[in-house]
Design a protein around this ligand. Structure first.
Ligand SMILES: [Zn+2]
Length: 469
């Protein structure tokens, strides 16, 4: 649900309520509901007690924002039954300078040429067969594996390929760890070739395409994502498209981090990365979570080359949500946030107020679950901790920021990496979530949309030219 649709219910939704009455009155439903619990509203005092103030950073290092976003759409390529479909993916990163944004902020009319300043973007597009389509006589599963492999291998405008980034990420190539290896539990050709081989080990030296020693079938690096396991010839592949898109968006983000790291690590301090949605991966692709946490940890403990005793946390990254349970919860506690913000502002300038979300808080007030359970919220799917942030201009954000030392069930403020700088950067976006007008993400949405004309490379035209020092 879009955030803006929280207010004002559409006529259709009201009409459908009538039939709901009969359902709720049935005994079976009553019995079911007697067993169910739903999160209860958080009381004002609880929220007040947990809220903290975010000071303005003493020395804000963030100068540029990179927003990553994407979309997919399924297209029928044959109308008759059984229908055949292809899914188009478009995703990329938009880059702009905070100074340009501040400039735009002061203008009452935004000219197209001003907006063009923001349009520096790295864009990827590809089409994936998703139903009743075969490549060179391959089954759907193998057609998808091959198509994804070829896409990830591609170098867009001479940049490093997304495979280079995937390899960098899963084998932690930022360290010189000689033990880096990754095992596929089964041969990915086991269904097609009846191959019984298990525990296929991939190392950083394994080519992006190798061959199974037992059945001779192809083994791709992308098989570590295990998406093919969800594909079946009859049901098609629509169940993988969402997981794949979130993995690709994440790779696009890491691709820029990787490029900046290779260029000059210290430059990362000047960038704020914004990902549309939480910093999380669901479905099979959650296997990228551990490497992402390791990367965040590694970058946050970077030592100043000029003074080894000084730690300069390099990573500024935030995921921002526009819909879902957490956004609805943020609306529910809005009054408490407003009160805390105005009280704090009466005492001095701040970046805003923040509510760190612990496992206990989430399961009590936001989503159903057991606050005392052994698996904490997001333990296998998130590479950051959640929080609700009320910025100085009154805009509310539901955000994820990576935490030091991996997953935390009750993150403290100093567990979030570069929290003060990151939230101050977010507050500069100055856009109300009610209008769904998160500037970079909304812009990226439009720019990445399929109808857009291709745009130029991001780091060649931007980082290499304007920020090399
Ligand atoms: Zn095999």
């Amino acid at each position: 649900m879009a955030y803006s649709s929280l207010h004002g219910r559409k006529p259709m939704e009201r009409a459908s309520k009538i039939s709901h009455t009969n359902i709720i009155a049935s005994q079976e439903v009553k019995d079911l509901l007697a067993d169910c619990s739903i999160p209860r509203p958080a009381d004002t005092q609880t929220v007040q007690d947990l809220l903290a103030r975010v000071p303005q950073p003493a020395n804000q290092t963030i100068k540029h924002v990179i927003a990553v976003d994407g979309s997919f759409s399924e297209a029928l390529v044959r109308d008759e039954y059984p229908s055949a479909t292809i899914t188009f993916f478009a995703f990329g990163s938009l880059i702009f300078k905070l100074d340009d944004l501040r400039q735009l902020d002061r203008q009452t009319f935004i000219a197209p040429e001003d907006l063009a300043k923001l349009k520096k973007i790295q864009r990827y597009q590809f089409a994936l067969p998703t139903r009743n389509i075969s490549r060179n006589g391959l089954g759907l599963q193998d057609s998808i594996r091959l198509t994804l492999h070829e896409f990830l291998e591609r170098h867009v405008d001479g940049e490093s390929s997304l495979y280079d980034t995937l390899r960098w990420l899963i084998f932690r190539r930022w360290t010189s760890n000689p033990d880096a290896r990754r095992a596929l539990r089964y041969c990915p050709n086991k269904d097609v070739n009846q191959c019984a081989r298990e525990e296929i080990v991939l190392t950083p030296d394994t080519p992006y395409r190798s061959e199974c020693a037992s059945c001779g079938g192809p083994i791709y690096l992308a098989d570590v994502l295990r998406l093919h396991e969800l594909v079946d010839d009859e049901q098609g592949a629509s169940s993988v498209t969402y997981y794949l898109l979130s993995a690709l968006e994440t790779l696009a983000l890491v691709n820029v981090i990787h490029a900046l790291w290779d260029l000059k690590p210290i430059l990362l301090r000047e960038f704020l990365f914004i990902k549309d949605g939480p910093l999380a991966l669901f479905g099979q692709v959650f296997s990228l979570i551990e490497p992402l946490r390791d990367l965040a940890n590694f970058l946050s403990s970077y030592r100043d080359p000029a003074d080894q005793s000084r730690v300069l946390p390099l990573l500024n990254v935030v995921g921002l949500e526009k819909s879902g349970s957490f956004v609805e919860h943020a609306v529910q506690i809005e009054k408490s946030l407003d009160k805390a913000l105005s009280e704090a502002q009466a005492e001095g300038d701040i970046a805003g107020v923040v509510l760190p979300l612990s496992n206990e808080y989430i399961y009590k007030y936001v989503v159903p679950g057991n606050p005392g359970g052994t698996i904490t919220y997001g333990q296998t799917t998130y590479w950051g901790g959640k929080l609700i942030f009320k910025a100085r201009d009154g805009s509310t954000y539901v955000a994820t920021v990576p935490t030091l030392g991996g997953h935390k069930s009750a993150p403290r403020l100093d567990d979030y990496i570069n929290l003060v700088d990151v939230l101050d950067g977010v507050s500069e976006l100055r856009c109300s979530m009610y209008d769904n007008a998160l500037i970079p993400v909304a812009l990226a949405n439009r720019l990445v949309s399929l109808s857009e004309v291709p745009s130029s490379r991001i780091l060649e035209s931007f980082a290499r030219g304007t920020i090399r020092k």
